[in-house]
Design a protein around this ligand. Structure first.
Ligand code: SF4
Length: 488
């Protein structure tokens, strides 16, 4: 889910940020309380706002709030306003303030045949183009979210049955979308034809669950059933499950960055455990770019599993030379310019005792703008490290993501404007190396990148976008159609 305005990039962000987590349950008493727990497990996928829509057999109830799940949805008074045995939820990242609430999901609309709520993870890359077409036909939009476009496409569809309207609508979309919808009779899960963002099916005492990641099943003791397939529309009713594949069988392009950074390490995605994959990424990095050093230090938390793998492969001691403050939220604002200029160590601090006099290998997941890396390296030097070498557990991120991840524009990405040698000087390290793109594929258990038809979306490393970017390019959908034909 992405806003259609250009206000979604905060000028100082120095990380890729996943924008949404989705969760739904069908057929469990107090469904909203279960969704609250599921969204809490998915909090890393969006921390600024959240919402839940429930259905009690006769009416829908909607609650949407700015803040963390635990700030609002754990209150008995809020859950009491969300009755029923079916509910879906959403947690999102946003940089907007006051006007943000109108973009908080799930969205809910009353159609001619009844109510329908929708939660979306991803980004529809032709939403603005479709929005303009719909506005010419009289549609009035009440948010600046790409997800609302989908609701209008459903409303405008001339098909008879609701599920046919839904399929008619989503097959007009381009980009990345993992969707969870709720009507009076069914819960619907859908993934875009390339399966760019994750969506899994679980079971809790016979109640079906749809969620972004398996960690959201673990928190409630639910069982993993399977991943929703790329291009699958799964309909859950009291009669069971029914799948549709409106795009046919396609070669998937799952986001490889989910393994590097976005997903929680205890999740399993597309048959791979994220933690194990990150360790293998670290091992591969150590094989490709060994360094003569005394210790391996992770940049916590996201660099930790890769650092463990690096240390094991390199035969070097692993130690926590940097400590992270977990209570610094994304919304922590340093109050005055003078304090900002003090270079306050809000998030990380060096563990001087561990690193003093040592030749340190710092392992991080990625470099975005480079400003955080610069500060961390300086901090480690100030703490007395004899040498600082940096190893990055992904290839250089040289292109923006248009598939549901908040990224700085391309010109702000350090790797888009500097060679690795220049980046080394900018960050002020003794050596700098990135994992190769083939190494990344090998770490996730693939033979290497098939350049004719890559196995994953890796566009932020390669610039090879797997779908049309109609809103950005002003082009029509020919690229998507030709790609789909090739993959089909
Ligand atoms: S561009 Fe990068 S972050 Fe975005 S979906 Fe592709 S691999 Fe993932």
């Amino acid at each position: 889910m992405t806003e259609l305005t250009s206000t979604d990039l905060d000028g100082e962000a120095d990380a890729f940020r996943d924008e949404c987590g989705v969760f739904g349950i069908f057929g469990k008493a107090d469904a909203a309380a279960v969704v609250t727990l599921g969204l809490h497990a998915l909090q890393h996928r969006g921390q600024e706002a959240a919402g839940i829509v429930s259905y009690d057999g006769s009416q829908f109830s909607v609650e949407r709030h700015v803040g963390l799940i635990g700030d609002t949805f754990t209150k008995p008074s809020v859950l009491a306003r969300l009755p029923g045995s079916r509910a879906i939820g959403h947690t999102r990242y946003s940089t907007t303030g006051g006007e943000g609430l109108r973009n908080v999901q799930p969205f809910f609309a009353e159609f001619a045949g009844g109510g329908f709520a929708i939660s979306h993870n991803g980004n529809i890359t032709n939403a603005l183009t479709k929005q303009r077409e719909l506005q010419k036909r009289g549609a009035i939009f009440s948010s600046t979210s790409d997800t609302e476009t989908l609701l209008h496409l459903i409303a405008m569809s001339e098909r008879e049955l609701f599920i046919d309207k839904f399929i008619d609508a989503i097959t007009q979309l381009e980009g990345a979308f993992s969707l969870v919808g709720l009507s009076g009779k069914k819960m619907v899960g859908a993934r875009d034809p390339l399966g760019i963002r994750p969506l899994i099916l679980g079971d809790l005492d016979g109640a079906y669950i749809l969620a972004s990641e398996t960690c959201a099943l673990d928190i409630i003791g639910a069982h993993y059933v399977r991943d929703i397939k790329p291009g699958e529309v799964l309909v859950i009713t009291n009669d069971g499950l029914r799948s549709y594949f409106p795009w046919g069988e396609l070669k998937p392009r799952f986001c490889i960055f989910e393994y590097v950074y976005f997903a929680r390490p205890d999740s399993n995605l597309e048959g791979r455990n994220v933690y194990e994959t990150r360790k293998m990424i670290g091992e591969q990095l150590a094989k490709e770019s060994p360094v003569d050093a005394d210790m391996v230090v992770p940049v916590p938390d996201s660099g930790t599993p890769a650092a463990i793998g690096f240390a094991q492969q390199a035969g070097l001691p692993f130690d926590l030379g940097i400590i992270r403050n977990h209570y610094v939220g994304r919304t922590f604002i340093q109050p005055t310019a003078s304090i900002r200029h003090m270079g306050v160590k809000l998030k990380h601090n060096a563990n001087q005792k561990a690193i003093e006099g040592k030749r340190v290998v710092l392992v991080d997941d990625s470099i975005v703008r480079g400003t955080t890396s610069q500060k961390i390296v300086q901090m480690v030097r100030d703490a007395g490290a004899a040498e600082v070498h940096m190893r990055i557990a992904s290839p250089p991120t040289a292109a923006s993501c248009f598939y549901g991840v908040d990224t700085p524009e391309k010109s702000k990405l350090l790797a888009s404007r500097m060679s690795i040698e220049d980046m080394k000087d900018y960050i002020k390290v003794d050596s700098l190396a990135f994992l190769s793109i083939d190494g990344l594929y090998r770490a996730v258990n693939e033979p290497g990148r098939d350049s004719a038809c890559p196995q994953f979306c890796d566009a932020c490393f390669t610039g090879d976008y797997p779908t049309a970017l109609t809103d950005r390019d002003g082009t029509e959908t020919t690229r998507t159609l030709s790609l789909l034909a090739k993959h089909g």
